[in-house]
Design a protein around this ligand. Structure first.
Ligand code: BTN
Length: 329
């Protein structure tokens, strides 16, 4: 859309740009540039216009849009990124369309608002408009399901990379895939896999990531107030959601290119970022709770826990509460 392209030009210039040069660059009429500027102003962008100099972007609202996301992406990448104002769940959106094979590897959908955001274990994921980044990426790795067991841990590292690049602070990871800042959960990951019945091969994986970005403490419902935080709360400043979404796509693309040969890098980063290691934990499985000490992460991203009798247990799945973090104090 011309509006998104005009926004990209104004944002990357930081100075006055003439209407004529934009119409030439975009191959559209001057009238189309004028209407794009008008539409952007209606969305809350402050754009000054000066005769003989053109237009300059003075301030942007905290708005997520195709143009805001594409600004952080390499040229052409935006063609396989779709922005939606509202959707039930970005994971559902991709799962409904992925089966016929028409969407390419890396196709991504980003929403400003989810009406039915889903979390792990059948929970819901609160996804109000105007403050978060809700993103799903489709990947089609040429592997058997067993080979992709660590993918969620790789994604957790990619999320930390994107948040660090955007706000300068590296989050921690609570095993296996909660992203933590200031002792609170700021992002979650839901990875869903479809397997071909006959060959047992992976048909596709949908990687879903929800990041609480610009919420303030008072924006969370009382039941989440001790648990949930946002990147802005941790960084002490508001975050450009378009940039964050773009950097997330970039770091997931890097992960896709590195899969599976860059395992050492992702394993080392995961071990460094994992806040669970060295802490007292509660292993929760089948309604049973067991106290343990989190010793290490093994080469398959499983947690190695030491039980009170000194025996070691390798934990692949299940809930693990960490002493000192939300839910287990
Ligand atoms: C969790 O913490 O339990 C996982 C939360 C995953 C939420 C994201 S938001 C984008 C994508 N769409 C969904 O419905 N869920 C994931």
């Amino acid at each position: 859309m011309t509006k998104d392209k005009v926004l990209i030009i104004l944002k990357s210039s930081g100075d006055y740009v003439s209407g004529e040069s934009m119409s030439r660059e975009l191959g559209v009429s001057r009238a189309a540039v004028n209407s794009a500027v008008k539409a952007l102003r209606q969305e809350g962008y402050e754009i000054s216009s000066v005769t003989n100099r053109g237009y300059m972007l003075c301030s942007s609202p905290d708005r997520l849009s195709q143009g805001e996301i594409e600004k952080a992406l390499p040229a052409g990448r935006g063609e396989t990124v779709k922005f939606l104002e509202t959707v039930d769940s970005t994971n559902n959106y991709l799962k409904n369309k992925a089966g016929d094979g028409s969407l390419p590897d890396g196709y991504t959908v980003v929403a400003d608002h989810q009406t039915g955001g889903r979390g792990r274990r059948g929970r819901s994921f609160s996804s109000p408009p105007g403050c978060g980044v809700y993103l799903s990426m489709l990947i089609r790795p040429d592997s058997a399901p067993g080979d992709t067991a660590g993918i969620t841990a790789w994604v957790a590292v990619a999320v930390c990379d994107a948040i660090e690049k955007t706000c300068g602070i590296r989050p921690g990871i609570k095993w296996i895939n909660d992203i933590i800042m200031g002792r609170r959960k700021v992002a979650g990951i839901l990875t869903e896999l479809s397997v071909e019945g006959e060959s047992g091969h992976i048909q596709y994986i949908v990687i879903g990531i929800g990041i609480n970005t610009n919420q303030r403490e008072s924006d969370f419902p009382p039941e989440l107030s001790e648990i949930a935080g946002s990147v802005a709360m941790a960084a002490g400043k508001s975050i450009d959601r378009g940039r964050l979404a773009g950097e997330l796509i970039n770091s997931l693309d890097r992960m896709r290119r590195g899969w599976p040969h860059e395992k050492e890098r992702y394993l080392a980063a995961y071990r460094r970022d994992c806040v669970t290691i060295g802490k007292e934990v509660l292993l929760v499985r089948n309604g049973e709770q067991k106290k343990a000490f989190a010793k290490d992460i093994d080469d398959d991203f499983s947690l190695i826990a030491e039980l009170p009798d000194g025996s070691l247990e390798t934990v692949f799945t299940g809930e693990v509460s960490v002493r000192g973090l939300y839910g287990y104090v």
